[in-house]
Design a protein around this ligand. Structure first.
Ligand SMILES: NC(=O)c1ccc[n+]([C@@H]2O[C@H](COP(=O)([O-])OP(=O)(O)OC[C@H]3O[C@@H](n4cnc5c(N)ncnc54)[C@H](OP(=O)(O)O)[C@@H]3O)[C@@H](O)[C@H]2O)c1
Length: 313
């Protein structure tokens, strides 16, 4: 099968197309023909080797941790899905580094798969899993946001931020977010109550007594300053110091754990028209498509999700 791999850490030019064997399907897995995947900042961070201590992979490495596609084979123990089902997932990560989703096929554990909501294209569905699950786990599992809470979502126009705003609104929170002024209209359409232009205004000048901060940009000290004494900050973009973790308000960090049941919750929100997918751009699953998509993500200024499609473009 065709896959886009890297043979060593480095810039986007390290991505190239290679023939690899189609993955073998274990008893608890299904083989998915990839229709779309999406880019997350972890893709280029791992490509550059920034996380090599956490992921000691063998080259060639196949990156990519979102998939939307069609089931083409199921393992002996898989009964919930059948050949032809349209599904999406954030697959598990494996120590060999060979099972990413920049590939024509991926073998995915059935408990991570969810049927794709019919109203979503494969491209829209592939935009959800990693960023959407991260947003869900921070807003729901960690911050336990409830009706009436005031929450700040940093970088509302990012892949994670756009899902986080909508999930927090679903639970009835008052949501402030930071973004460039050009994104204010879109973020208000997604439900943001207050949009702070981070180029002009410091959050510490305009927000106070917040219940929760979802930090996606590594501004832990500023986030702690705007919280109530029993408020909570969760960051996905930094490591709070011991003092910040033990202070009141407190800061902790979070690393996504893939979870099919929670992805189903996100699919339900889509089906109830409570979760919109915003796509920044779509690139083809080719060497040049992946290189351009990585370059775009690495600017840190994409708005919504960058998606890769296997359709001819
Ligand atoms: N720990 C985990 O499990 C986990 C999971 C997912 C993501 N992450 C991390 O979380 C971070 C965000 O991920 P993402 O997918 O949302 O990234 P992304 O889509 O690349 O975010 C891009 C957005 O961030 C905005 N932005 C950049 N700097 C900003 C600032 N100082 N204030 C407000 N907005 C700012 C940009 O807006 P402008 O263009 O207007 O500047 C752009 O819209 C990344 O560092 C990623 O690696 C961690």
């Amino acid at each position: 099968m065709k896959a886009i791999v890297i043979d060593r850490y480095g810039g986007p030019e390290e991505l190239y197309e290679k023939d690899l064997p189609v993955p073998k399907v274990a008893a608890d897995e299904a083989l998915i023909e990839t229709k779309a995947t999406s880019i997350n900042p972890i893709d280029w961070k791992t490509r550059r080797g920034y996380l090599k201590e956490s992921f000691p992979w063998d080259f060639p490495v196949v990156l990519g941790w979102d998939i939307a596609g069609i089931v083409t084979e199921v393992g002996a123990d898989v009964h919930e899905f059948k050949v032809g089902d349209e599904v999406f997932a954030r697959p598990d990560m494996y120590n060999d580094g060979k099972r990413g989703t920049y590939a024509e096929y991926a073998a995915v554990k059935a408990d991570k798969l969810v049927l794709k909501p019919q109203q979503l294209s494969f491209e829209q569905a592939a935009a959800i899993p990693l960023a959407g699950l991260t947003a869900w786990q921070v807003i729901v599992d960690r911050l336990k946001v409830k009706a009436g809470d005031k929450i700040l979502v940093q970088a509302g126009a990012g892949g994670v931020g756009m899902f986080a705003i909508q999930i927090a609104k679903h639970f009835g929170a008052y949501v402030a977010t930071t973004a460039s002024a050009a994104n204010e209209k879109l973020l208000r359409q997604l439900g943001a109550d207050e949009v702070i232009d981070y180029h002009q205004t410091q959050i510490t000048d305009v927000l106070r007594d917040y219940d929760a901060v979802f930090d996606t940009v590594g501004q832990i000290s500023a986030g702690l300053e705007i919280l109530k004494s029993d408020g909570q900050l969760v960051t996905i973009a930094g490591d709070p110091t011991e003092k910040q973790q033990n202070s009141h308000p407190a800061a902790t960090s979070w690393w996504l754990k893939t979870n099919g049941a929670e992805l189903k919750e996100l699919a339900n929100l889509v089906e109830n028209n409570e979760l919109r997918v915003v796509i920044d751009s779509i690139y083809p699953m080719t060497t040049s498509g992946l290189r351009s998509a990585h370059e775009k993500s690495e600017t840190g200024h994409s708005h919504g999700k960058i998606v890769i499609t296997t359709n001819e473009r």
